[in-house]
Design a protein around this ligand. Structure first.
Ligand code: OGA
Ligand code: NI
Length: 309
């Protein structure tokens, strides 16, 4: 039997067959690929083009727009997952917030192409993520708009351009991971990957490759939906392996709520035989503790299981 991450056509997302396929994928895998998502293929191509151009710039050019402790948007070339160095470079774009949080843009002519494409793709992801979240709400027995509350203007969703340079194994050593194994901490992730394999998900005691498909986005549920669903859906462990001869590019969009959002298992998931498995969690607290682990070795990184009842 071939076991692979399900591919679901969501051109008619509201029909019961699509909803059912999504429910099954969320229970079995926590991951699925969607076709029929409605985002223009030309936009996806342009996004990879500007991403390649961005990372191809000289290091000092990229470092001019480095993120810092006050403003996380911009370029970064080292990140820690579970206290291990990841083999990647990233660029993050998220909403402006007052004077402090501002997008950082590359300079010169690149910005003229880069900014509109990044903004357009971000807007497309926001609406697709909202549709998927509504579908999952229905599947969890609440009204489609029930989960939407935290994702209005003050949401903290962001887009990340990932560049995983090719990586030769060190003599006698292991090749580092592009991203070490982890779960995504927010609600949902929409991932665009190029044609270079690398993303793997853990299921049934082993790692499965998520086959690159030009026509699809990869969707995975994060810790927040795991909590809402009271463990009916699991935020699945995943990682990125590096390749000795080929670079890889990917673009995740992380759907995250506003900082003052508190989440807990939905009443529809709580039954006499299945009490709430998590206490209420404030996104600000969880996000802040998790982000601290991305920058520095702070000992054991916070995991959602710390909130189990
Ligand atoms: C992530 C992630 C996968 C990829 O950035 O959280 O899991 O293929 N990325 O880049
Ligand atoms: Ni991830």
């Amino acid at each position: 039997m071939i076991e692979t991450v399900p591919v679901i056509d969501i051109a008619e997302l509201d029909n019961p067959a699509s909803l059912d396929a999504i429910d099954r994928a969320c229970r079995d895998w926590g991951f699925f690929q969607v076709t029929g998502h409605g985002i223009e293929p030309a936009l996806l191509r342009n996004l990879f083009d500007v991403s390649r151009e961005f990372f191809a710039q000289p290091a000092e050019e990229k470092r001019r727009i480095r993120r810092d402790a006050d403003n996380p948007w911009g370029y970064y070339d080292r990140e820690l997952t579970k206290n291990r160095q990841d083999w990647k470079e990233i660029y993050d774009f998220g909403p402006a917030d007052g004077d402090q949080l501002k997008p950082r843009w590359p300079g010169g002519y690149l910005r003229l192409r880069f900014e509109p494409v990044v903004r357009a793709y971000y807007a497309n992801c926001r609406s697709l993520a909202a549709r998927l979240l509504a579908a999952m709400a229905s599947n969890l027995g609440v009204a489609p708009e029930h989960l939407a509350g935290g994702f209005d203007d003050a949401h903290t969703s962001f887009l990340r351009l990932n560049y995983y340079p090719r990586c030769m194994a060190k003599a006698g050593g292991e090749r580092p991971f592009g991203v070490g194994e982890h779960t995504d901490s927010g609600a949902l992730t929409l991932l665009l990957q190029d044609d270079q394999p690398g993303l793997e998900v853990f299921r049934g005691g082993r790692w499965h490759l998520v086959e690159p498909r030009q026509d699809a986005l990869v969707i995975n549920i994060g810790d927040m939906i795991q909590v809402w669903s009271n463990d009916r859906y699991r935020a699945t462990l995943h990682r990125v392996v590096t390749n000795p001869s080929r670079d890889r590019y990917s673009v995740p969009f992380f759907l995250n709520p506003s900082y003052d959002t508190t989440y807990a298992p939905l009443p529809t998931t709580i039954t006499p035989g299945c009490p709430a498995r998590y206490r209420p969690i404030e996104w600000r607290e969880f996000r802040t503790l998790r982000a601290a682990g991305d920058y520095a070795d702070i000992g054991e990184e916070i995991q959602i299981t710390h909130y189990r009842t």
